[in-house]
Design a protein around this ligand. Structure first.
Ligand code: MRU
Length: 342
């Protein structure tokens, strides 16, 4: 597997400058934005400079650290940290990893604030943000080996959205499985849903597969059903933004339709995600808040208007796939099967 140094979604320089790869303009341009204060991090998450559930969490943790980095007193650290958690929590609602990472940062702060001097406390929070990133890299590898065990000799896999290095900072979750399957030798073709309207598939997944030398074809989202029905797909693997306690899964809009087509045609539909994406506090998918984004993202394609001037759009960013459509949920720990008990 190629190193992802060429397109790491975050770079932390020795100077402590934090650079975020602007995924809105990939693959045409590779540009990093320097995030210098809390608002830069909030902007980067909300406007999808960075995206993908695990990466959103990692970036939020770095944002939390940056927010307190220059604080003078402990009192100021506390005030800034509270504000950081509030603002970052409001940036995007669906991916639970954002809240998971912020809770860890806050817990660390609360545990250490009376024990450590300010500068050591800041260093500790920086280390915790790095720790989240490092753990994600390890979890991705474990998810990939569990995924390879599940898919074994499969030759054609379909995926939706982008769940690779750009979404996790490691090798990826669902895309990590695809990368490892290819390395093991069985995989011959990946069908990549373009993933309207942000085109995570056509732009980002295609970019990663091309970098890895893995054969792929981009399909329009509405082609998935046809390929599955024609027997051209051996298995489907996607990521998740939040998994409810009963196994219902929130993932990128369009996932549900793929799951329906897979079920109808007896093709395995698999979800790959770290354990941190499981929200045990939520009974089922009906409790998951689904992000609604600007209608402009649907009415325009990039900078080009495609709908009539007076048109309106309804733009849900995610949908819920009920657990009965899901053959397996693969985490770093194990391959869960129905009925889902985490
Ligand atoms: O809106 P995005 O691009 O953040 O949505 C990303 C997805 O839906 C991914 O499938 C999910 O976050 C898993 S990423 C490993």
């Amino acid at each position: 597997m190629k190193s992802m140094d060429g397109y790491s979604p975050i770079i932390v320089k020795d100077s402590d400058d934090i650079l975020l790869l602007d995924q809105r303009i990939l693959p045409q341009k590779k540009e990093y934005l320097k995030a210098v204060d809390l608002d830069d991090f909030v902007y980067a998450i909300r406007e999808m400079v960075v995206r993908g559930a695990p990466l959103i969490g990692i970036v939020a943790a770095f944002g939390y650290y940056v927010a307190i980095r220059d604080a003078g007193s402990k009192k100021e650290i506390k005030i800034r940290a509270r504000k950081a958690k509030e603002k970052l929590s409001r940036s995007r609602p669906t991916a639970v990893n954002l809240f998971y990472a912020l809770d860890i940062m806050e817990k660390t702060l609360n545990e250490k604030i009376d024990i450590l001097p300010s500068e050591k406390l800041k260093k500790k929070l920086r280390a915790v943000a790095f720790g989240l990133w490092e753990s994600q890299k390890e979890e991705d590898l474990a998810i990939a080996s569990n995924g390879v065990e599940f898919f074994k000799d499969k030759e054609t896999i379909l995926t939706h959205c982008n769940t690779g290095s750009l979404a996790t900072g490691g090798i990826g979750t669902a895309l990590g499985i695809i990368k490892m399957l290819f390395k093991k030798g069985s995989l011959k073709m990946v069908y990549v849903d373009e993933t309207r309207p942000y085109l995570q598939g056509a732009r980002l997944t295609a970019f990663e597969l091309s970098n890895e030398g893995i054969p792929y074809k981009i399909i329009t989202d509405n082609t998935a059903g046809l390929l599955i029905a024609k027997g051209m797909v051996d298995g489907v693997v996607v990521g998740a933004d939040r998994i409810a306690a009963n196994g219902d899964v929130a993932n990128k809009i369009g996932t549900y339709m793929v799951a329906l087509a897979a079920k109808q045609n007896n093709v395995d539909f698999v979800v790959a995600a770290p354990e941190s994406t499981i929200d045990r506090d939520i009974k089922d998918g009906s409790e998951i808040v689904i992000e609604q984004r600007s209608e402009d993202e649907v009415l325009n394609c990039g900078k080009c208007r495609i709908a009539p001037g007076d048109a309106h759009a309804l733009h849900y960013g995610f949908d819920i796939t009920p657990s009965y459509l899901i053959s397996a949920i693969i985490t770093q720990k194990k391959i869960y099967r129905q009925p889902y008990e985490f």
